[in-house]
Design a protein around this ligand. Structure first.
Ligand code: SF4
Length: 341
């Protein structure tokens, strides 16, 4: 398999890699030697939700293959512009749970901080692709309000750093925020939901690890990997560093048509995560966000796939199949029965 070579970016630190991400569909198509006919729909769909692909992620795609499972996650398609009943701007009703700028408080005991509206990659299926990040870009005063909100609610035992991607902010800001959260006695755990180490493994540095792990709080890092091809040696190294620092590593994936909806793809993904000591935590069915309906896999097929995984893998490598439902008290598990191949 020949992979596209990355354009050298000097020096290859994560900020430079982030800043040099591909945002022009013409460049993506040229670099991957794809059919130029893909350009017009990519430009049209990219006007609603822009293209963004960092070089280290591009380097794992196969040139000339329009069906590459990593490319499918990032290339804007004309399908995104079709209207489908039930596919809406805010499928999870998060704008109602947006307690304060930068704060989403949906579930008992856990609270989510929108640390950054930016992501290192724009995933076409993202349920927050229409989220009003411009209203959730807290400055210091807003952060003090968010921290005061946590302080006055002793039921909050876990704080989740989310986004966008929380690791898109610099280490100094992260370290400050983590220290402030750790100073609240009733907070017992810190969780980080991120895709940045997957698409730019160079994001995992000693300074990041110090920022996250430098307090009393145990840290759980929830990665977002959808396909085994996303796990290369650089991501493997980043995972090893995080594990050595004592973080618990979990993964959540989204079940996506033409990306990972085949049983062998899901098995390969779980095996590859297991090889690196990452526990597959959730497999989400697609949130019905406008523009993503072409990724839909129906519930019967989703249940069948996970039923097959149960008979092929050890239990700890089978993710829980869940759906997020606006207003529910937690993610809703989909019932799965064993399916023998
Ligand atoms: S990294 Fe996460 S938040 Fe950002 S676009 Fe992808 S799925 Fe959405």
């Amino acid at each position: 398999m020949i992979h596209v070579s990355a354009t050298p970016v000097e020096p290859a630190n994560w900020q430079n890699l982030l800043a040099s991400s591909i945002t022009d569909p013409a460049e993506l198509i040229r670099r991957l030697k794809l059919d130029p006919a893909l350009l017009a729909p990519a430009r049209a769909a990219g006007r609603e939700f822009s293209l963004r692909v960092p070089e280290p992620y591009l380097a794992r795609m196969v040139p000339g293959d329009p069906n590459d499972p990593l490319l499918r996650q990032v290339l804007p398609l004309g399908d995104e512009l079709e209207e489908h009943p039930g596919y809406v701007l805010d499928p999870l009703g998060e704008q109602h749970a947006n307690a304060l700028p930068g704060v989403i408080h949906k579930y008992h005991g856990r609270l989510l901080l929108i640390v950054s509206g930016g992501c290192a990659v724009n995933c076409r299926y993202c349920f927050r692709r229409h989220f009003p990040y411009e209203d959730n870009n807290p400055g210091t005063a807003e952060w003090q309000n968010a921290l005061a909100y946590i302080r006055q609610d002793p039921s909050i035992s876990e704080v989740i750093l989310s986004g966008g991607d929380p690791l898109a902010v610099n280490d100094r800001r992260l370290a400050w925020l983590v220290r402030e959260v750790a100073s609240i006695a009733h907070v017992r755990r810190l969780r980080v939901h991120t895709r940045l180490p997957v698409v730019i493994p160079q994001r995992v540095t000693p300074a990041l690890i110090d920022a996250l792990c430098g307090t009393r709080l145990p840290v759980t890092m929830v990665l977002h990997v959808n396909h085994a091809n996303e796990i290369d040696s650089e991501l493997g190294l980043a995972i090893r560093q995080m594990r050595q620092a004592g973080m618990t590593l979990l993964n959540q994936s989204v079940l996506l048509r033409e990306v990972n909806h085949q049983i062998e793809q899901l098995i390969d993904l779980s095996e590859a995560l297991g090889d690196h000591g990452v526990i597959p935590y959730y497999l989400h069915v697609l949130d019905q966000v406008r523009g993503a309906q072409h990724f839909h896999v129906d519930d019967a097929q989703a249940r069948d796939l996970v039923g097959r995984m149960l008979t092929r893998l050890p239990g700890f490598l089978v993710p829980r199949l869940v759906r997020e439902v606006a207003g529910e008290a937690a993610k809703v598990p989909l019932h799965v029965s064993l399916v023998t191949a």
